[in-house]
Design a protein around this ligand. Structure first.
Ligand SMILES: NC(=O)c1ccc[n+]([C@@H]2O[C@H](COP(=O)([O-])OP(=O)(O)OC[C@H]3O[C@@H](n4cnc5c(N)ncnc54)[C@H](OP(=O)(O)O)[C@@H]3O)[C@@H](O)[C@H]2O)c1
Length: 332
């Protein structure tokens, strides 16, 4: 049983800007139902998808507690089977909904114990984002050594991790990022070319990608920017290449006329992490892969800032204002 019946939580009653994220000091603590755990959250991850649910780009029922991941301590185990042997006191990481709160009732099936040697920051700097980029590089388009890859927003939460994964596979990486500091950060990860697509010169990033690839284009584009980049991504990909659209940071890709894909026989994917980790086996596969990379030091995380829970609106403004690199976290 949790020590309290009420908790601090961020409740969103309606869609809108960061101001709709309301701090509530006395929200009811949920109860763990069958197949669930009650977790006292310590550290909470902020993901761009949280902004889509806040603005209504992705529909959801309001009022709602946003947030899809946290690390915390199990304080209650729901009734029924407990196939993964969770117990009160376990330090766990979970993926579900409702993490902008001191307590969340979460599905056991999407919860894992965290190895002692990994800090909250290691795990949440890479949990939802890291599992995503691993699935993008392994399944959506299995990247091969020698592939030419264009990665947009390479300095962001997902991009920072993806750049490292792509380089570890042996791909040649062309990253895009907004501003000289972000460019330097991406270069420091080993990216082969980095284009500042917000600079005067970088505005014609498609031309630069063509020049870098001697007119051929890239094997695959990973595009999470969407509205502002989708047409350029289609131009920058090679004949028989692949475009992976996996996010909408600038807005969604408009409905795509399929004949646009014909001239170059382009393949298109629109993946989501949860489609790759639906079963426990799939979830554990990617979590093990991620934790091993973190433990060996082969994957580094970058935390932009840890905000107190009640400063979540500021965190959303910073993320949407393109002011951040790496991952934003909240402390419950
Ligand atoms: N499909 C999935 O399962 C999945 C899972 C995780 C993440 N994602 C997607 O991956 C992307 C990255 O997520 P994240 O949480 O790691 O965020 P993030 O990359 O840290 O932040 C988004 C970045 O997008 C770039 N951007 C370009 N145009 C923008 C605009 N008009 N407004 C705001 N940002 C813009 C900015 O970098 P620059 O300043 O360098 O342009 C910004 O820092 C998001 O699109 C997210 O939806 C998808």
């Amino acid at each position: 049983m949790p020590p309290l019946s009420t908790m601090k939580a961020i409740v969103t009653e309606k869609t809108g800007g960061p101001e709709v994220l309301e701090v509530r000091a006395h929200h009811p603590v949920p109860t763990a139902g069958e197949g669930q755990l009650l977790v006292k959250n310590q550290t909470i991850g902020i993901n761009y998808i949280d902004t889509y649910f806040r603005t209504g780009l992705y529909p959801s029922t309001k009022p709602e507690i946003l947030g899809r991941e946290a690390v915390g301590t199990v304080v209650g185990v729901g009734p029924g089977a407990n196939p993964y042997n969770f117990k009160v006191g376990d330090r766990v990481a979970w993926l579900s909904t409702g993490s902008y709160a001191e307590y969340t009732a979460v599905p056991q099936a999407k919860t894992v114990k965290v190895p002692d040697e990994l800090s909250d920051e290691d795990v949440l700097g890479s949990f939802l984002s890291g599992l995503t980029v691993l699935s993008l590089a392994k399944e959506t388009y299995p990247v091969q050594k020698g592939d030419w890859v264009l990665l947009h927003a390479a300095a962001g939460g997902a991009g920072f991790l993806m750049t490292q994964i792509l380089k570890s596979i042996g791909a040649t990486v062309i990253g895009t990022a907004g501003g000289p500091e972000k460019v330097e950060l991406v270069k420091s990860l080993g990216a082969d070319y980095v284009i500042d697509y917000r600079s005067e010169e970088g505005k014609d990033w498609v031309k630069q990608v063509k020049e870098i690839t001697h007119g051929r284009g890239v094997d695959v584009v990973y595009d999470s920017v969407g509205k502002d980049t989708w047409e350029g991504s289609l131009e920058a990909v090679k004949r028989k290449g692949t475009i992976v659209w996996f996010g909408n940071a600038s807005g969604p890709v408009p409905p795509l006329p399929l004949p646009k894909l014909s001239p170059k026989c382009v393949k298109v994917a629109r993946p989501t992490l949860f489609g790759y980790i639906e079963t426990r086996e799939e979830f554990e596969f990617y979590v093990n892969e991620l934790f091993n990379l973190l433990k060996s030091g082969d994957l580094k995380v970058k935390i932009h800032k840890v905000y107190p829970l009640d400063q979540v609106a500021q965190a959303h403004s910073d993320l949407e204002g393109r002011k951040t690199t790496g991952k934003l976290l909240l402390k419950a």
